[in-house]
Ligand binder design. Structure first.
Ligand code: ACO
Length: 150
């Protein structure tokens, strides 16, 4: 298993990017400005991670995904640990992440890795996403923002 920087975004990367964020326009926007990494296991791209510098000394995980067949094997946690180590070795002081209020599994994982909730962006998904998103039998409206001080 290796996590390495992506030289050129390929269609396979988009399959993963859109799993985490269905809004292609937003994905393309942060891909231009972020640091992109792929997780490769058994010669297959199974995970993706995009890190975006937002404010001074702050890095945000704007996209993280593991292919559906490989979820639940600890790869998502490895990507988060990689992001924290990358941020630390590049002198960032804070790592942030935002996720849907209905993404219970993801919220569990981020808190397990040490992230704490900081704020709620009310109606974020209603304002920025064209299609209604239903998750865990709830309409997704709000974004929960979490952060971790290194
Ligand atoms: N539902 C339930 N539990 C979950 C979920 C989930 N969706 N995701 C992670 N967990 C739990 C696991 O059960 C595991 O628990 P344990 O440590 O008690 O055994 C723990 O979190 C670690 O899980 P991993 O196996 O490391 O996570 P995984 O490899 O499945 O990757 C990820 C997690 C990236 C969220 C993956 O489920 C995924 O790609 N989901 C679809 C895309 C997505 O939602 N991405 C995040 C959007 S937010 C953003 O991108 C900023």
């Amino acid at each position: 298993m290796t996590i390495r920087e992506i030289k050129k975004i390929q269609p396979r990367h988009y399959d993963l990017l859109l799993l985490a964020d269905p809004q292609r326009r937003l994905v393309d926007d942060y891909l231009q400005r972020g640091f992109c990494f792929e997780l490769v296991s058994n010669k297959t791209i199974t995970g993706i991670l995009v890190l975006l510098p937002t404010r001074p000394e702050t890095l945000e995980i704007v996209n993280i995904a593991v292919s559906e067949n490989n979820q639940g094997q600890g790869l998502g946690e490895k990507l988060i640990r990689f992001a924290l180590a990358y941020a630390s070795s590049n002198q960032y002081k804070t790592v942030e992440i935002g996720t849907g209020s209905t993404s219970f599994g993801q919220l569990y994982l981020y808190q397990k890795c040490g992230f704490r909730m900081t704020s709620i962006d009310h109606d974020f998904f209603l304002r920025h996403y064209e299609e209604e998103i239903v998750e865990n039998k709830l309409i997704l409206k709000d974004m929960v923002r979490l952060s971790l001080d290194l």
